[in-house]
Write a protein that binds this ligand. Structure first.
Ligand code: PMP
Length: 404
């Protein structure tokens, strides 16, 4: 059982009024709020530690380097990577996917195929379009069904010995569907394809075990899991990271530079060119420790309760249409009201202090499937409450009566 009131006390931003009403923050899918331990760690870094890493012999540089490498170890243990150097710091999910896609664009050739799914965020579509355009490979798409699930029989048909890479999300940001990634990975491996999992929406809710999943790459952003923006992780199996060419050239990623030839540093530094966001990397470790102190089993169970409560309440509303009705779902609800534009509803409830996301959620193909401009998305975190859901319901009723 979570002590929600004491958890909420950890999040200063929640205790404010917006437009004269107490804030109800249901836009956790876009970014999470930050607990005091994280905010204090950012301050401590700049007050006591700030120095460049892996470079100076001086004391502070060593302290900063140790803290950064400690964070890498926290991430390694959290996702159960086999090796520390399989954990690459990035600025976020988008960067991680682009890094891998750029590498593949140099390894793919005409006739090869890359598979993504209809449920992807644009950042797990566009980099693969780039890679296919540059290499002459072909992009294939796993279709979705009305419930917002992947059509696995169609996936089976798409997989051939031409398939070189499969890139899918663990959890859909627009609908909340939890995809059967274990099955997707196993099937891809049977035809010799690598698999990249976009874990951006999973890591706030689930502790991924990359060895158990057997994925080749797993990427995520820190900012959706209580850490600062500018922090992120690319996990890659050692063999794949060795095969993949470097992404950015610069300091830190080299072994030796001459004008004739440059050799590259070992993992993980080969993919960490330039001065990283040191503070964000260190504080990602703090955020992961914070989440683990609450416990992902507790988080999952409580968020399921919130999802069930909100779904039941919303079902009572006239004209409601849900998008993404899979039974395998994270605490995300996407919906509309018949005849009302999602933006209008979102704007009215914002005036009542309720923060939800409206629009296509960077997943336009999903909106195209349902033939809608967008949805209203409420995404819940472990610091939200049923009382807040009640407040959203009151606000939605008001919006509905104003707009009808
Ligand atoms: N993939 C998914 C599923 C996401 O939800 C997001 C963020 N909305 C991204 C990728 C991109 O993450 P970022 O903007 O942090 O790079």
């Amino acid at each position: 059982m979570l002590d929600i009131q004491s958890i909420r006390a950890d999040f200063p931003i929640l205790h404010q009024e917006i437009n004269g009403k107490p804030l109800v923050y249901f836009d956790n899918g876009a970014t999470s709020q930050k607990p005091v331990v994280v905010i204090e760690a950012i301050e401590k870094y700049y007050k006591e530690i700030n120095a460049n890493i892996h470079r100076g012999v001086h004391h502070l540089s060593q302290v900063a380097t140790d803290a950064y490498e400690e964070a890498r170890l926290i991430v390694k243990n959290h996702i159960n990577a086999a090796q520390l150097h399989e954990v690459i710091f990035t600025s976020g999910t988008t960067f991680g996917i682009n890094l891998v896609a750029n590498g593949f664009s140099q390894m793919l050739k005409e006739g090869d195929e890359v598979i993504v799914s209809h449920l992807e965020h644009h950042s797990n579509i566009v980099p693969w379009q780039f890679a296919c355009e540059r290499s002459g490979a072909t992009l294939k798409v796993i279709p979705m069904n009305e419930k917002g699930e992947l059509v696995m029989e169609a996936y089976d048909q798409l997989l051939t010995d031409r398939t070189k890479l499969v890139a899918v999300n663990h959890i859909s940001n627009a609908l909340g569907t939890i995809n059967p990634i274990r099955e997707i990975i196993d099937k891809a491996h049977k035809v010799g394809a690598a698999v990249l999992i976009d874990g951006a929406q999973a890591v706030p809710h689930i502790k991924p075990d990359v060895q158990e999943l057997d994925c080749d790459f797993y990427v995520f952003s820190g900012h959706k899991m209580c850490a600062p923006t500018g922090s992120g992780i690319l996990y890659g199996k050692e063999a794949w990271l060795n095969k993949l060419p470097p992404y950015q050239g610069g300091g830190e990623m080299i072994k030796e530079v001459t004008f004739e030839k440059t050799t590259y540093a070992c993992l993980p530094h080969k993919f960490e060119a330039g001065t990283p966001n040191i503070e964000a990397g260190i504080v990602l470790g703090v955020a992961i420790n914070y989440l683990n102190s609450i416990g992902f089993e507790n988080i999952e169970a409580y968020e399921k309760e919130l999802l069930k409560y909100a779904t039941e309440k919303l079902q009572e509303m006239p004209g409601i249409i849900f998008y993404g009705t899979s039974t395998e779902k994270a605490s995300v609800i996407s919906f509309n009201f018949e005849g009302l534009h999602p933006y209008d509803v979102g704007a009215i409830i914002d005036k009542l202090g309720i923060a939800v996301r409206t629009g296509h959620h960077c997943a336009q193909p999903i909106m195209e499937y349902y033939k809608i401009p967008g949805t209203i998305r409420a995404s819940f975190s472990f610091y939200n409450t049923k009382e807040e859901i009640d407040r959203m319901m009151d606000a939605l009723k008001k919006a509905q009566s104003m707009l009808s």
